[in-house]
Design a protein around this ligand. Sequence first.
Ligand SMILES: NC(=O)N[C@@H](O)C(=O)O
Length: 281
Amino acid sequence: MRFATVDFQGSPRAAIDFGSHYRVTPFQDLSEALRELDGDIAALADISEFETIDAGEAILYATTKTPHKIICLGLNFTDHVAEMLHDRPAFPTLFAKYALTLTDPYAAIVKPEASNAMDWEVEIGVVIGKPARDVSLEHALDHVAGYTVVNDVSFRDFQNRTSQFLQGKIFERTTPVGPWLVTRDEVDDANDLAMTLTVNGELMQSGRSSQMIFGIAETIVYLSRILTLEPGDLLSMGTPSGVGAGRTPQRFLVPGEVMESSVEGIGVLTNRIISTGSSTS
Ligand SMILES: NC(=O)N[C@@H](O)C(=O)O
């Protein structure tokens, strides 16, 4: 099944994708729906109270607009570790983002005046279903509601100011998520999906999630030793090689450019970079 957060009469709503139309539920987004349904995404389809909107008219918002936690892995693809001149990490390199950092799958993204090193990173997003605490590798994927696409847009000049990534990863409304949440049964093996990113149609990143150093189940086990992963939380699994900072000469995004971030079997994000003061709609 495929789910999305869509606009309904001006506000976001969790919805089920029925191809020609969306069935719109009372929940404000998929994270809230998962929290209210104890992580059982399939139960969303049984909600009796709903409206419908034509798929052609649907405006899609960030799949998860209100996650309690957004936990990201850095340096999790062997070729990206190499291009960034880092050593292979012994443990997952973690950083967080805030809900205010997230934006919609087709939104224009404002290039902040403060940064001149805006970069792209296509990633697989994992949306948590059932709460996960101290889970085993065998059962780890049972806690996954589904997958989505994330572009971990990064600001290298801020990111490299200190040993911590955070300040280069949390600029307001710069991380698109979506277009859909695709349930596990629809994805053959999320640990072996093709991932690409283009800028103005030029291929920048082309990798497979099979290059991940820490896989999805392993990461859930690792994090669940630290804290409870709650329904609607978003994990972002890291990016393959081909980022702007890894190139010679380095290349960064400027207003007018368009990124397309795609993950096989899940979807494509399309985002134009605009300058401050331009309208985002
Ligand atoms: N370099 C860098 O920030 N990379 C991470 O975000 C990543 O590996 O995904």
